[in-house]
Design a binder for this molecule. Structure first.
Ligand SMILES: [Zn+2]
Length: 436
């Protein structure tokens, strides 16, 4: 399975200039290619596209500066456009699950998040631990943990708060933990973050709510600055930094919670929440702050990696209306009622704990209906990260090619099974402007 490993990188002033030049060129190439594909409804082969917007364009006066940056990054940019179109068509034909994907759009110089990607040909990790990027140089990396395998590509990201990250794609074998016989149902909420059917309660940390005053002050300061001024740019970065802090803290917390749950439980059942629907209500801010979708995604990814299962029960299961002790349907109850006593058997219930128990029961029933035997994986193995790119060099994808990155001096290679340490396992970069 493919995972992303992100690290903070610290380019020098000169390297930052070179990076921003490369961001710009990759964007221009992407937009030029998009113009061509929009004009010609037939699908232009990527090679032809690359020739006209990179190789031929370099020879013209208007695009001669494309020669000053890494061609590998430019080619990756065209492949991104290809992927964007494929996602759009797959989404249209129903081959791709999830919410509908729109047509690719033009990139802008003013986009708050800039990124570019290097394939195998465009980067290498030096023996001294520095990351060499084509036409950029040796960039200092903070190796916060070891890379588990030789990376197949790296994406350099500049986030709105001015930080640079290198996000590596690595192909790792699933690392199944010893099987347990524990099963839980989890009821997600806003008053308490989660209540498990075994009675454990996870409090809602409300990171955004706690930071709201600081954020408001930063935003107010920003709104007072003159448009286009340097002070405005500075104030904008301050707002972005405040948002990034909230998003980072939330992500860290979510990673810790999900890792713990996956380690302790064999099968986890969740309710299929209509997060997008709830986010349109009065509760929007709190719903986004909770990050339920990320919670579920992390659980599913980690379950696939560590040999656990996540089952999701239907959205319309009346989990809060049924008595978990005798099964009587007791009718809907307003949200304000936290505890109630069953009219049939007299058991007194905590609303959330009762729901969690019902989720567990519904999940078990689903499973028995589905196969009657051992648990099948609750979800397909997530393939979030981009698959291996072999690059264009003839020997790039050949087997027997010496791995040149992970075991380089200074970057210890992890042994399998070592990585379950409570830290983020599939540390995907979280865009602070999109809290879910
Ligand atoms: Zn009852």
């Amino acid at each position: 399975m493919y995972l992303r490993y992100s690290y903070r990188v610290y380019p020098t002033v000169g390297q930052r200039q070179a990076l921003s030049r490369t961001f710009g060129c990759a964007r221009v190439v992407y937009n030029d290619a998009l113009v061509l594909r929009k004009a010609d409804r037939s699908r232009i082969p990527t090679g032809v596209l690359a020739k006209s917007v990179i190789t031929d364009a370099k020879k013209t006066d208007a695009r001669s500066w494309l020669g000053s940056v890494s061609v590998d990054a430019l080619q990756s940019s065209i492949r991104d456009l290809d992927t964007a179109y494929r996602n759009f068509f797959d989404s249209k034909s129903g081959k791709r699950a999830g919410r509908p994907v729109g047509l690719p759009r033009f990139k802008s110089r003013k986009d708050s998040r800039q990124s570019l990607r290097f394939s195998r040909n465009g980067f290498r990790i030096r023996g001294n631990g520095k990351l060499n990027l084509a036409r950029i140089g040796d960039v200092r990396v903070k190796w916060s943990r070891a890379l588990p395998a030789d990376p197949s590509s790296v994406t350099i990201v500049l986030d709105p708060s001015g930080r640079y990250f290198a996000s590596f794609v690595v192909d790792v074998e699933p690392d199944h933990l010893a099987e347990l016989d524990t099963e839980i149902g989890i009821d997600l909420g806003l008053t308490t973050y989660a209540v498990c059917s075994d009675g454990t309660v996870i409090d809602n940390p409300r990171f955004l709510r706690k930071a709201e005053r600081k954020l408001k002050a930063a935003q107010r300061a920003l709104s007072r600055k003159a448009k286009g001024s340097k002070n405005r740019a500075k104030a904008r970065r301050k707002v972005a930094r405040a948002h990034a802090k909230v998003a980072d803290t939330r992500m860290d917390w979510l990673h810790k919670q999900t890792t713990r749950l996956i380690r302790e439980t064999q099968v986890i059942y969740l309710e299929d929440l209509n997060v997008r629907g709830l986010a349109r209500t009065r509760l929007a801010k709190s719903v986004h702050d909770a990050g339920w979708s990320t919670f579920r995604r992390l659980l599913e990814e980690k379950a696939a990696r560590y040999g656990r299962d996540v089952g999701v029960i239907g959205r319309y299961e009346p989990t809060s209306q049924v008595c978990s002790a005798c099964g009587v349907l007791d009718g809907p109850k307003p949200l304000g009622i936290r505890t109630w006593a069953c009219g049939a058997c007299g058991t007194s219930h905590d609303r959330d704990l009762n729901a969690a128990r019902n989720i567990l029961a519904a999940g078990r029933a689903d499973r028995l209906n589905a196969c009657g035997g051992p648990v099948g994986p609750g979800v397909a193995i997530p393939r979030r990260a981009r698959p291996v790119e072999t690059g264009t060099h003839r020997n790039a994808g050949r087997t027997g090619c010496k791995p040149r990155a992970a075991d380089a001096a200074g970057i210890p290679v992890l042994q399998r099974g070592e990585d379950v340490n409570g830290k983020g396992q599939s540390c995907q970069y979280l865009d602070p402007s999109a809290p879910l």
